[in-house]
Design a protein around this ligand. Structure first.
Ligand code: NAD
Length: 290
């Protein structure tokens, strides 16, 4: 899948809110990380951000190995180790073999980011079972399969105090649509609602083991998944009616938050969802009095 070619430091439109370059404090040394769907969009930025923060990274992909290799080379250019692994996150066999290779290669994993996701949109009355199953299979079952392997590895290893005070950190990429209903996208909204309750239930279950599990709920982030929503001036302006902060999110907005959330600076945070949405959850339609 093509990656965005937008210069992240350039405003999308004249007069748009300015952005600063991303900053990644080096606090994740010695903590190998695995990011699913890491060859595009948010996953790519998260993989690079974790590497900039000091982690070695497993770059998962399912299509476009060249894009995954490119991410791996960029990680190596940051002075970190990288490996690419092809795995369909909705396949139990693929996921188990990916985690086995990652642990064999890096010795363990301290950080897992459940990021892979997709959309198969349709009006509800036309939605096929295939469209429903595909989205639930990747977005929800895929997160279950990777979360289970992550928890097994964190539990097996336990806390290594000089590396991190937690035994492991799991991030589940959700969406504002874990809360906001989305006509024409019932499968996607259902998958993200499911991710939220899975994340919270697992967080409750493994907290006594010093394993932290959190969600990130992006609003509109400029990636290939939602290209029609930002690629024309008209679409962008229409999108901005939903975004009080009046700029689209960039993948690095998410990557910086992930890097913090998996660091010991966030050690008392578990079972939380961090909304990163420029205020999309603030009912923007009511800004003028409703
Ligand atoms: P993207 O299309 O750029 O990236 C999705 C990644 O997931 C790609 O690398 C894709 O190949 C991978 N993927 C898809 N199916 C897979 C499978 N079966 N196995 C392994 N990998 C698979 O889109 P993105 O915007 O970067 O999306 C990343 C995550 O963020 C998704 O979970 C998405 O739902 C979520 N999200 C995105 C936005 C946004 O505005 N971009 C908003 C809310 C949530």
């Amino acid at each position: 899948m093509a990656e965005t070619t937008i210069d992240p430091t350039a405003p999308a439109l004249p007069g748009e809110r300015p952005r600063t370059a991303a900053r990644f404090p080096v606090v994740l040394e010695g903590q190998p990380a695995l990011v699913t769907g890491a060859n595009s969009g948010i996953g790519r930025a998260v993989a690079l951000g974790l590497a900039a923060s000091g982690a070695d990274v497993v770059v998962n992909y399912v299509v476009d190995p060249q894009a995954a290799e490119d991410v791996a080379h960029r990680i190596e250019a940051l002075g970190r180790k990288a490996m690419t692994v092809r795995a369909d996150v909705s396949s139990e066999e693929d996921v188990q073999s990916m985690f086995a290779s990652a642990v064999e290669h890096f010795g363990t994993l301290h950080i897992v980011v459940n990021n892979a996701g997709l959309q198969r949109d349709a009006p509800f009355h036309d939605m096929t079972l295939e469209q429903w199953n595909k989205v639930i299979g990747v977005n929800l079952t895929g997160q279950f399969l990777c979360a289970r392997e992550a928890i097994r590895e964190f539990k097996r290893r336990g806390v290594v105090k000089h590396i991190s005070v937690a035994a492991g950190k799991l991030i589940c990429m959700s969406s504002v649509h874990q809360e906001i209903p989305w006509a024409g996208h019932a499968n996607y909204a259902a998958s993200k609602g499911g991710v939220m309750q899975m994340m919270r239930s697992v967080a409750q279950e493994v907290a006594p083991l010093a394993i932290r599990v959190n969600g990130i709920a992006p609003g509109a982030i400029r990636t290939p998944i939602n290209r029609p929503a930002w690629e024309t001036k008209e679409a962008y302006e229409s999108l901005m009616t939903l975004v009080p902060y009046k700029r689209i999110g960039e993948p690095d907005d998410i990557a910086q938050a992930v890097a913090w959330l998996v660091s010991d600076a966030a050690d008392y945070v578990t079972g939380a969802t961090l909304f990163i949405d420029g205020g999309m959850m603030l009912f923007p339609g009511f800004a003028t009095g409703g």
